[in-house]
Design a protein around this ligand. Structure first.
Ligand code: GDP
Ligand code: ZN
Length: 300
């Protein structure tokens, strides 16, 4: 299933895009049909198509709505990976934002690739990627005008189902258009606001990728920094810490101000990148308080 608008579902069937509705039984049930779901279709004599069943999912991207403890929304199904895109400049490289996107992927048990775009605007973009390479992530360096790294990006996306995400303006649409003219992310449609000032979610949308696989965009959820994470998820997201946590003096060390912290010591030795520890601390603090995150009111 590619996209849902109201009660209508856009579905890809043998290379053809169809519009379908839910079969009554499915409609009344608890189960939702998600973008990325594999479904069983049935054609009716009046040319109507209905979704009869949803196949078992191999992954689900979940979003925890902040503020409400158990508010969990299912965003997309069957993703293989998350490509987090950032810009070397314009907008300036924002490690804290990148780390948030990465943490959301990690919390959903999805592999992450980091894409550093606009490499034409910075002399040494590898300096930005090093922290992520060291943490074991695949890092791609791209430039749309210079045509750099586009082959690698195509290979990364080909044959897989990928969430393509990152802050606005970093060049996500430009990259995808360079690989597949006409494949458009809905740039600019960041999110609508209702009169109450709350976001009305614009759901995920999936596009077939010309080189095989699918690319998923979540325009209404671009502000992925607002996705709530729990403490355990934050801890798990910083995987380069794992080699050290066993050496912290206290078993329950949070790597904040505790004495004998091996993670902090590793950061001081330059083995862990300082911006990553900084991101971790901010995210951990939010996971504890979760009332008013540091970024509230920013970039709006
Ligand atoms: P999105 O919001 O992430 O989809 O970003 P866009 O694709 O709309 O790109 C935002 C701006 O950055 C546009 O003006 C693009 O022309 C520009 N841009 C995209 N990629 C690059 C790049 O690799 N280098 C430079 N210098 N500009 C780029
Ligand atoms: Zn520690």
């Amino acid at each position: 299933m590619l996209a849902k608008t109201g009660g209508r579902y856009r579905v890809l069937s043998s290379g053809v895009t169809l519009e379908a509705t839910l079969r009554g039984r499915l409609k009344r049930g608890q189960e939702q049909v998600l973008v990325g779901d594999r479904v069983t279709l049935r054609s009716h004599t009046d040319a109507a198509v209905t979704i009869e069943a949803v196949e078992e999912r191999k992954s689900v991207l979940r979003r925890r709505t902040p503020g409400r403890r158990h508010g969990v929304r299912l965003v997309a199904a069957n993703l293989d990976q998350v490509a987090v895109v950032g810009a070397a400049r314009q907008p300036d490289w924002a490690p804290q934002l990148m780390d948030r996107f990465i943490a959301v992927a990690a919390a959903n048990d999805l592999p992450v690739a980091v894409v550093i775009n606009k490499c034409d605007l910075l002399e040494d973009p590898a300096a930005l990627g090093r922290a992520y390479e060291r943490a074991g992530y695949e890092v791609l360096y791209t430039s749309v005008p210079a045509g750099a790294g586009l082959g690698e990006l195509r290979d990364l996306l080909a044959g897989r189902s990928s969430l393509f995400t990152g802050p606005t303006g970093v060049g996500k649409s430009s990259l995808l258009n360079a690989l597949q003219p006409g494949l458009r992310l809905r740039t600019g449609v960041v999110s609508r606001r209702s009169h109450s000032g709350r976001h009305t979610t614009v759901a995920a949308e999936m596009y077939p990728f010309a080189h095989g696989g699918f690319v998923v965009d979540t325009p209404g959820l671009r502000d992925i920094g607002l996705w709530g994470l729990e403490r355990a998820e934050v801890e798990a997201a910083f995987r380069e810490f794992r080699a050290y946590v066993g050496y912290c003096k206290f078993d329950d060390c949070r790597h904040l101000h505790e004495p004998g912290c091996a993670v902090r010591a590793a950061t001081e030795r330059g083995e862990i990148v300082a911006s990553r520890l900084d991101s971790y601390r901010r995210m951990l603090q939010e996971a504890h308080t979760a009332a008013r995150p540091w970024y509230a009111g920013r970039d709006r």
